[in-house]
Design a protein around this ligand. Structure first.
Ligand code: NDP
Length: 383
């Protein structure tokens, strides 16, 4: 039996993770489950899984959590420090599934324990790549990529030498607007953006998928996780989302990982790694799918991947600035304050205007992130 903590337990990745745990109750003991403000769902999950502690990041939700857990014997806590403490409980496996850079400090706390961290929270790695990987190297922690593309690449690289890699190709569904014209994109609404054709995900990543910032963040994520150099990382649009990514080697062999569009597959791969476990996912029926198609990304309609590549090339604080600006822009778009195409405009302007020194510590990354958010909000006013 292994111990597990799920940071972001009430979200989409949290639900998929707990669904797998529910099916193998003898394999896992749950230490910490966390949420932001959703005390009711968190308490329900904590009771179901017999967690040791449930934590809400938003302290205002702590009274509701306490009330919902009364008499259960499960500890309740609230606030940023409590979240970090819960992550630092040293579970054998911590699933980092908070959305946004808000997940950075708790994810780093889990890494500091030197155990295994299954990382879904891509924004944390994008913002703090060097700092996070230095902590992984120092503590001997194991970082397993949950993001379906990176999990696919991780599987395709197994047993191979990075020096033999010619290309790593990230596949992208292209999102719900992949066939829209630029004029149509100007009118895209939040409701349309969060309706992904293939995947069922949280609101923020769904918008990122529609703008292609998701693929941009993933490019930076891959650049950190698989150090083959930015020039060996490519993106291809593959609308069916069956091939989750590919690695081409110098002998001309291309290895690809295929699977259903269900996050329980890459999560199961991380939970069981280096072994395998069963999932309830339907087997891949290629005859029913019929065709797999591919096309080059269009960086005129979707500038996000160009901006992410520029940020990675610039290095230093640029990826953290890109991520923070995108988080602010997505929140503003979801709140109806800016149009869909203004998300990329805001990010591009922030990259042009704000170039702080490269952060070398966790606190410095958090400071860059905070400052970039303040400036992004100011810039929002001018849009
Ligand atoms: P959701 O929005 O569904 O869930 C987010 C989780 O994080 C919830 O538990 C939420 O709590 C919690 N949370 C939100 N804000 C904060 C905060 N400020 N402090 C602490 N906790 C917070 O997101 P997803 O599950 O879709 O995504 C999670 C991460 O996984 C993201 O980084 C995403 O990019 C990545 N990912 C997601 C995939 C997917 O299929 N969904 C695929 C690949 C990667 P509450 O419920 O209380 O708001």
């Amino acid at each position: 039996m292994r111990t597990i903590s799920v940071l972001g337990a009430t979200g989409s990745i949290g639900a998929s993770t707990l669904d797998l745990i529910r099916r193998a109750p003898d394999d896992w003991r749950v230490l910490a489950l966390t949420a932001n403000g959703n005390a009711a769902d968190l308490a329900r999950l904590a009771r179901e899984f017999g967690a040791e502690i449930a934590v809400v990041a938003d302290e205002a939700s702590l009274p509701a959590l306490r009330e919902a857990l009364a008499g259960s014997g499960i500890a309740a806590a609230g606030g940023a420090a409590a979240l970090v403490e819960a992550a630092a409980r040293g579970a054998d496996l911590t699933v980092a599934a908070i959305v946004g850079c808000a997940g950075l400090a708790p994810t780093m706390a889990a890494i500091e324990c030197g155990k295994t961290v299954a990382l879904a929270n891509k924004e944390a790695l994008v913002s703090a790549g060097d700092v996070m990987l230095a902590a992984v190297a120092r503590t001997g922690a194991t970082l397993l990529p949950v993001d379906s593309e990176h999990n696919a690449i991780f599987q395709c690289l197994h047993g191979n030498d990075l020096a033999d890699v010619r290309w790593i190709t990230l596949t992208a569904s292209g999102g719900p607007f992949r066939d829209w014209t630029l004029e149509q994109l100007h009118t895209a609404t939040p409701a349309q953006a969060i309706k992904h054709p293939n995947w069922d995900m949280g609101a923020k990543i769904s918008v990122d998928s529609a703008t292609m910032f998701n693929k941009g963040l993933e490019l930076i994520e891959a650049w950190h996780l698989f150090p083959v150099g930015l020039e060996r990382l490519r993106i291809i649009v593959h609308p069916q989302s069956v091939i989750h990514s590919m690695v081409e080697y110098r002998d001309g062999s291309t290895l690809a990982q295929l699977g259903p569009s269900d996050m329980r597959v890459p999560i199961a791969s991380s939970l069981a790694w280096p072994a395998r476990m069963g999932t309830p996912c339907a087997p891949l029926d290629l005859a029913a799918i019929g065709e797999l198609t591919f096309r080059a990304p269009d960086e005129v309609r979707f500038p996000a991947t160009r901006l992410a590549r520029q940020a990675a090339e610039a290095g230093g604080a640029a990826p953290a600035v890109l991520n923070a600006a995108n988080e602010i822009a997505v929140a503003a778009f979801l709140a109806g304050q800016i149009g869909f195409t203004q998300i990329a405009v805001l990010v591009e302007r922030m990259l042009e205007r704000y170039a702080p020194e490269a952060p070398t510590t966790l606190d410095a990354v958090i400071a860059v992130d905070a400052q970039a958010r303040v400036r992004s909000r100011e810039l929002l006013e001018s849009l």
